[in-house]
Design a protein around this ligand. Structure first.
Ligand code: C2E
Ligand code: CA
Ligand code: CA
Length: 759
């Protein structure tokens, strides 16, 4: 999950970076487009301004030359000649619509014939006075404000040029009008720039007004365009736009004559871009500009390209990341599966169990059973036929469990040949039936590598919440119940309260047992074994434990505890040493040789160095080895047959006898009997108990005795309590008898007394 998150984190970071990049890209492309358009418009403005200035200078020069000539003619009173020149001028300059001469006081002296009204004084009219005065103080031609010249019924751009004599004194002023009618303006003819809007403004006059001189786009009427000055608020808007870009007042342009450009929004022009330059000679503002909508369009085109590309990249990136995330998630899930599952059987393991137990409990309202399964005979198969076979059987067991249980049941491989199953939604009776079926199913033949195997199963069951709530406790209780079932094998056992007390007792036993040897609480008892001819055969050594807290504890209640808690080695050595020493002492005292049988648990037998310890104990007591028998319990010897067998042979080689204890209760087959180096069969008390009244049991004992005879083994009947039993067994040719009929297990002292009395 973590990997997945970090991948998406990278994706988000990349996305944010990409968005920022896009924004920057858009910003710079917007700036670049704007700047390009500004440079362009400034360039146009420069060209247009140059053309206009060149044209005005040409007119300026023309007026100077013509003016000098005309005033000379005027002073010589040759009006006719003047008119001729006027006519010639108008003819050759189609855009020159009127021409005349004025004196320094503004009085029109003479005008071209087309001017109807001749009595004009430029100094008297408010419209003309300022510019006329200006012409008197300027060495350049003065371009005046466009107006409707009613005498010739024409909109004109008036031109004034003062004419001076050689001393520089003004002789008079030549006045002329440039045609500025709709669709016919000499500036149109200059063909300055198509598609661009050219505006020429006359600089501020004595009233603080700025008038248009020329406006290239003629959609408005002349009256609207030229009659009124430009609105103050519009001017201040221009000033603001300019200032916001250049951060100095627009007025400075009058001196610097720089070409500038800026954007402005205007009800008349819309969103506009304008280049601007000031012409100092003729005091004109020249602006070339146009609709800025094109810029927007260009930007939107470019932006939509960038955005489309970005979206495409984003989509590709998203798909890519989703793929990566999906594969990472898959990897994660696989990894998690690996962690939470057993590699061999692919069943959930304990990690999975602990991860999912809460979910499971919730799902079943805390009502469920835990089945603790342990295969019987598995170790044997594993040891005998190898791990590959063992593994194949485990896989098949897992398979059968999967088939047998529902999806909601949780099957866990606990390890080795142990499995745990959580079963819910079922009552005790139903479960019992189910488990009986399961045992049959698991016990069915396993077919591996062309061989058939059988493996039983022992099942312990605990119930939540009846037995416990805590999962660990429930598992431990199921385990306890399983041990109980193991005693029978291929069976099941529900946990019971009795087991809990047993468990507590077991814990007490273990605790007390640790100090028992040192506290000298243990001692040995000896039970005589009597030959069929009533002579003494030997004694069986049986351990006894008298504890302060627990009282007298029978050996079958603490031997297994010693085995399970690692105390058996010490205990075993005590038993061997004590029995050998004491019996040797008895034999010496009574001058009698007889056999000693010592019980050896399989755990003890398999401990490293068992035989050498035994041999050195024998040597220490100088005990006759051929008078020693080791009793090994039949049931246990099966599972670990392969481990036990070499030790048994070793023991036999040292002239020590081996007796198979509790014979008949385990699983020994004849083939096993043949393999084992056994000297004696001890027929279990449970058979002896029944021989007097149960015919089949009697037959069984007979056949055991026969087997013993066939294999050249002694047979010993355990737990004989009556003479009738002995008579019957004697007839069946049983060799030795041991039981309360002869004697209970006796302390060393009592044994001496018993033996003395007997002899
Ligand atoms: P086991 O080896 O089968 O020992 C025989 C048990 O039967 C003894 O019980 C003995 O007291 C009892 N018994 C003998 N004759 C009669 C009879 O006529 N009637 C009745 N009711 N019982 C009789 P014990 O001493 O309690 O031993 C129980 C088991 O504990 C033994 O069974 C043996 O498996 C184990 N055990 C005892 N001492 C030792 C020991 O020193 N080492 C080991 N490893 N196990 C021992
Ligand atoms: Ca025994
Ligand atoms: Ca026995």
């Amino acid at each position: 999950m973590m990997v997945k998150n970090s991948i998406w984190k990278i994706f988000y970071i990349l996305s944010i970076a990409a968005i920022l990049l896009l924004v920057a890209l858009l910003y710079f492309s917007y700036k670049e487009i704007n700047e390009r358009h500004c440079t362009q418009v400034e360039y146009y403005t420069q060209i247009v301004a140059k053309s206009i200035e060149a044209d005005f200078m040409q007119k300026d020069m023309l007026l100077s030359i013509v003016g000098e000539r005309l005033f000379r003619e005027y002073s010589s009173n040759s009006n006719e000649k003047i008119q001729k020149i006027f006519a010639l001028l108008l003819k050759h300059n189609p855009y020159l619509v009127s021409i005349g001469l004025a004196d320094v006081n503004g009085q029109l002296l003479i005008a071209s014939k087309n001017v109807e009204k001749k009595d004009i004084n430029f100094m008297q009219s408010d419209n003309t006075r300022y510019d006329f005065q200006r012409s008197l103080s300027s060495s350049y031609m003065v371009v005046s404000k466009t107006y409707y010249f009613d005498s010739i019924d024409e909109w004109i751009i008036p031109l004034r040029k003062a004419i001076r004599d050689d001393d520089g004194n003004i002789i008079g002023v030549i006045v002329a009008g440039l045609k500025n009618s709709k669709n016919s303006n000499y500036l149109d003819e200059l063909n300055l720039s198509k598609n661009k809007r050219i505006i020429i403004l006359k600089d501020i006059d004595d009233r603080g007004d700025i008038y248009k001189l020329y406006y290239s786009q003629q959609e408005h009427s002349h009256k609207d365009l030229y009659e009124k000055p430009i609105k103050k608020e519009f001017l201040s808007r221009i000033k603001e736009s300019f200032y916001s870009k250049y951060e100095y007042p627009i007025e400075e342009l009058r001196e610097t004559q720089k070409t500038v450009s800026f954007f402005l929004n205007n009800s008349l022009l819309g969103h506009n871009i304008a280049g601007l330059i000031y012409n100092k000679k003729y005091k004109l503002w020249i602006s070339v500009g146009g609709d800025a909508q094109g810029i927007k369009k260009e930007f939107f085109k470019e932006a939509s390209f960038h955005i489309t590309m970005s979206i495409l990249t984003f989509i590709i990136l998203f798909i890519l990341f989703r793929r990566v995330a999906a594969s990472e998630r898959k990897k994660d899930e696989e990894l998690l599966h690996q962690i939470e599952h057993d590699t061999l059987t692919n069943l959930p393991n304990r990690i999975y169990m602990y991860q999912n137990i809460e979910k499971y409990k919730e799902l079943h309202n805390d009502k469920y059973f835990i089945l603790y399964l342990d295969l019987d005979n598995f170790k044997n198969i594993n040891d005998k036929f190898g791990h590959i076979t063992g593994d194949a059987i485990l896989v098949e067991v897992a398979n059968r469990l999967n088939i047998f249980f529902n999806k909601e049941d949780m099957i866990v491989r606990q390890g080795g040949d142990e499995f745990i199953v959580f079963v819910g939604n079922i009552d005790r009776q139903e479960l019992e039936i189910k488990i009986q079926k399961l045992i049959v199913y698991i016990s069915k033949i396993y077919h591996v590598k062309k061989r058939d195997f059988r493996a039983g199963v022992s099942i312990g069951i605990s119930e939540c919440p009846r037995d416990a709530q805590n999962i660990e406790e429930l598992l431990s209780l199921a385990d306890t119940a399983m041990y109980q079932a193991k005693k029978i094998r291929n069976s099941y056992c529900f946990f019971s309260e009795e087991m809990r007390t047993q468990n507590a007792f077991r814990a007490d036993v273990e605790h007390e047992l640790r100090g028992a040897l040192e506290a000298r609480e243990l001692w040995m008892a000896y039970q005589p074994q009597i030959n069929a001819d009533e002579t003494l055969c030997g004694v069986e050594a049986l351990v006894r434990w008298q504890n302060k807290k627990l009282g007298l504890i029978p050996p079958d209640k603490f031997i297994y505890v010693a085995e399970e808690s690692g105390l058996m080695k010490e205990l075993g050595e005590f038993i061997i040493e004590t029995s050998l020493r004491e019996i040797k002492e008895v034999q010496k005292e009574l001058n009698l040789t007889f056999n000693l049988s010592i019980n050896i648990s399989v755990v003890q037998l398999m401990e490293a160095g068992f035989l050498s310890t035994l041999l050195s104990a024998i040597a220490k007591e100088n005990f006759n080895r051929s008078s020693l028998t080791l009793e090994i319990t039949e049931s246990l010897s099966i599972e670990s047959l392969d481990d036990v067998l070499p030790i048994l042979y070793d023991i036999q080689e040292h002239d020590i006898k081996i007796s198979l204890d509790d014979f008949g209760t385990g699983y020994s087959s004849l083939s096993i009997l043949r393999e084992l180096p056994i000297d004696e069969l001890k027929i279990d008390k449970s058979f002896i108990d029944k021989i007097l009244y149960d015919e089949s049991e009697k037959n069984l004992v007979d056949s055991i005795i026969n087997i013993g005879k066939n294999f050249n083994m002694k047979t010993l009947a355990e737990g004989v309590e009556s003479i009738e039993q002995i008579d019957l067994l004697r007839k069946s040719k049983c060799d030795v008898f041991q039981g309360y009929y002869y004697s209970k297990p006796l302390s060393k002292e009592d044994l001496i007394k018993y033996l003395k009395k007997d002899n």
